[in-house]
Design a protein around this ligand. Structure first.
Ligand code: PDD
Length: 291
């Protein structure tokens, strides 16, 4: 049985209990992070921590983050994931448990801090080579999609729409623009240029997105951060999603139509390989993962 962390304790998941007054349960009043681990080494930890801090600040939740890295490491150890090729640690912090009122509790209560670790699997190289299919779905989220809140109902419904359509991913469309996926960022290639939505309030500022943009610039691939009109995808030669556990994932069909040649393209392949190399360099480094 998995060992999880809850409010200072490591305990079997079946023994981890949260109050029905928890504001995460009642109001989705909380944030989360998902940090990947490769062979037991956290990748991008500082970036995930900075995004978490920004979220805590936006929600005005007062939580010390000093011990969080150690919690992540210990969960990997407790769950025998230090040798796992790919694993993740999920962390959630809510405003805590208090009798239900919309405004913050008058007397501050301790935030609820919960974390678990689990393994995940990459698609096989053969599966990846076939490319993935997405369906476009209206983006019904609020105007602060840049905050990683646990309020994910529109994302849940969008992802379910992709399952119902028998495809792999959902592409969220807001005001005619393809902004991101239900749980990933979205990129398209037009001519020789890599394009992705700007890091505004309507998308999550993905850590993987940031790495891929850095890598593209290092490789001399022209990059534009601008809105993508969904109809313009008819002229895109390649597209892909990025995210923790998604890494770089080629999209070769949208709404049943082949994108570009309908095959995984060279820019996607180059970026996917360079991103994997970046991970390898960070996790095989003798010292602290230098990412
Ligand atoms: N999802 N956009 C959305 C809406 C997301 O939920 C995520 C992450 C991303 C990619 O961000 P990153 O590269 O930092 O993982 C983009 C996580 C993994 C999840 O909800 O499980």
């Amino acid at each position: 049985m998995g060992i999880v962390y809850l409010n200072g304790e490591y305990l079997p998941v079946a023994d981890a209990k949260i109050s029905v007054d928890d504001r995460g349960f009642l109001f989705s009043d909380g944030i989360y992070e998902v940090t990947p681990s490769y062979r037991g080494r956290l990748f991008g930890w500082e970036r995930h921590l900075q995004r978490l801090l920004k979220g805590l600040c936006e929600l005005r939740i007062d939580q010390d983050v000093a011990g969080l890295e150690e919690i992540h490491r210990r969960l990997l150890t407790e769950n025998d994931l230090t040798d796992a090729e790919t694993a993740l640690v999920y962390l959630q912090i809510t405003r805590g448990a208090a009798p239900r009122t919309h405004a913050f509790p008058r007397e501050p209560v301790p935030p609820t801090v919960y974390a678990f670790a689990k393994a995940w699997r990459r698609p096989s190289p053969e599966r990846w080579e076939r490319g993935f299919e997405a369906v476009s779905v209206p983006d019904r989220r609020w105007a602060r999609a840049d905050i990683k809140t646990v309020s994910l109902l529109p994302n849940v419904l969008a992802q379910q729409a992709s399952v119902d359509a028998g495809v792999d991913d959902a592409l969220l469309v807001r005001d005619g623009m393809a902004v991101e996926g239900a749980h990933q960022n979205f990129f398209a290639v037009f001519g020789d240029t890599l394009v992705t939505h700007p890091a505004s309030n309507v998308i999550l500022h993905g850590i993987t997105r940031g790495y891929v943009l850095e890598i593209a610039r290092e490789l001399g691939i022209p990059v534009e951060e601008r809105a993508i009109v969904v109809e313009s995808l008819a002229h895109a030669t390649e597209a892909f999603f990025t995210g923790t556990t998604t890494e770089v994932r080629p999209t070769t069909r949208i709404d049943g139509e082949p994108l570009g040649s309908g095959e995984v393209g060279p820019v996607t392949r180059r970026l996917a390989e360079a991103f994997r190399a970046r991970i390898e360099a960070a996790v095989t480094d003798a010292g602290v993962a230098a990412d």
